[in-house]
Design a protein around this ligand. Structure first.
Ligand code: GLA
Length: 377
């Protein structure tokens, strides 16, 4: 059954618009979007779709096909932060941030794994944003919609995320990675055709979800802001390792290590773009693994499951591997010759079984298109 048919069955009339937006992986540039750095994510084939119709009253009703028995209804005058205290806040937050009045019936369907570090929340926000923009003729640019989606998450959901996930979900292009300047929001689409080189990006979803993630995320962000201010900078964007070394005695060891990750990771993003353009895949892999080590040792956002996935993939012969997203669980990626995928999968599975971790899931991620909306009537 199509989502439009489900919508009719649920609400007794046809939807007016559908919006669709993808989850993402990030090749490199982790935990530096909020330091005004550069990131290199791409959209994956898992997507969230929302179907929307306007209502005559001012009630907003949100239902998900993944949780069909839980219907969330909120008056549009009551759109305050955490209005529903549930996943629907991602939808309600976007409505609030777009400044849209009136009532809506909204049906959500999606297959982006939740809690897997693949940005299911950004997919939901961006699908909602792109659909409302088309339905109501708001005329917002993709950048404006990404920023509205980020504000929804920052101010409405209360997660102080950067702009990476919403930007790539909105602006990604099939067969390309997105080089995003997180200060200016300038983008470059970098061709990424791993298959023709006999390679693949294997995603290893560890299935691990560790608690306290949001608090840890906010602390990392704060340490970077503090380190920048010790350097007399507004962000770590232009900081150098020698500046950091000189100022080391004026910072805590934690601030120093967080900033060292940010500065080295920014360098790795530019090197990775060069490697990608030159088809130097072994070099790209090396940068991925260095990124993981920096996230593990200096940024301390990895965890035993992610480290084990990376070690096992590398032992089998992956070119490089690293955690993606916020960390503390979620997914890792491995850049690998296609022929090694079965061996990597069994090596990771065996290592997990031997350690007593839950069984991981695997899929190959190719770069897919960003968000789009379809008017239905
Ligand atoms: C989460 C946030 C992003 C980004 C990553 C880490 O996915 O939503 O803004 O900071 O973590 O790179």
């Amino acid at each position: 059954m199509s989502l439009a048919m489900d919508f009719e069955a649920m609400f007794g009339r046809a939807p007016e618009v559908e919006g669709s937006a993808p989850g993402r992986v990030n090749v490199i540039g982790e935990h530096i979007d909020y330091s005004e750095g550069w990131v290199l994510p791409y959209a994956i084939g898992f997507r969230t779709t929302v179907a929307i119709a306007r209502r005559d009253d001012s009630t907003i009703t949100v239902v998900s096909l993944q949780r069909p028995n839980k219907r969330i209804s909120v008056a549009s005058s009551a759109l305050t932060p955490r209005a529903s205290d549930s996943w629907a806040d991602y939808v309600l937050g976007v409505i609030a941030e777009l400044g849209v009045a009136g009532g809506f019936d909204i049906l959500v369907d999606g297959n982006v794994p939740t809690g897997a570090g693949l940005s299911s929340s950004a997919a939901l926000e961006c699908a909602t944003a792109v659909a409302l923009n088309a339905l109501l003729g708001l005329g917002n640019s993709q950048q404006d919609l990404a920023l509205a989606a980020q504000r929804a998450e920052n101010d409405f959901v209360g997660m102080p995320c950067g702009i990476m996930d919403q930007a790539v979900s909105m602006m990604a292009r099939e067969a390309h990675a997105l080089l995003l300047d997180c200060k200016t929001l300038d983008t470059q689409h970098i061709p990424l055709d791993l298959a023709s080189a006999g390679l693949a990006m294997l995603v290893i979803d560890t299935q691990a979800k560790h608690a306290l993630v949001d608090g840890e995320y906010a602390q990392r962000r704060q340490s970077c802001e503090e380190a920048a201010s010790v350097l007399g900078l507004s962000s770590l964007r232009t900081a150098t390792l020698s500046q950091l070394a000189e100022a080391r005695s004026k910072m805590t060891e934690t601030q120093f290590k967080r900033a060292r990750h940010a500065v080295t990771e920014m360098g790795r993003v530019h090197a990775a773009v060069d490697a990608m353009r030159a088809h130097e895949w072994a070099e790209l892999g090396r940068l991925l693994t260095q990124s993981h080590e920096s996230l593990r040792d200096d940024y301390t956002v990895s965890c035993a499951e992610l480290d084990l996935a990376v070690t096992a993939a590398m032992a089998v012969g992956a070119f490089g591997a690293r955690m993606v997203g916020g960390g503390f669980g979620g997914s890792a990626i491995a850049l690998t010759p296609v022929g090694l995928i079965p061996a990597i999968e069994s090596a990771v599975k065996d290592a997990y079984a031997a350690t007593g971790f839950s069984s991981p899931r695997f899929f190959v991620a190719t770069p897919e298109a960003g968000a789009y909306a379809t008017l239905l009537s």
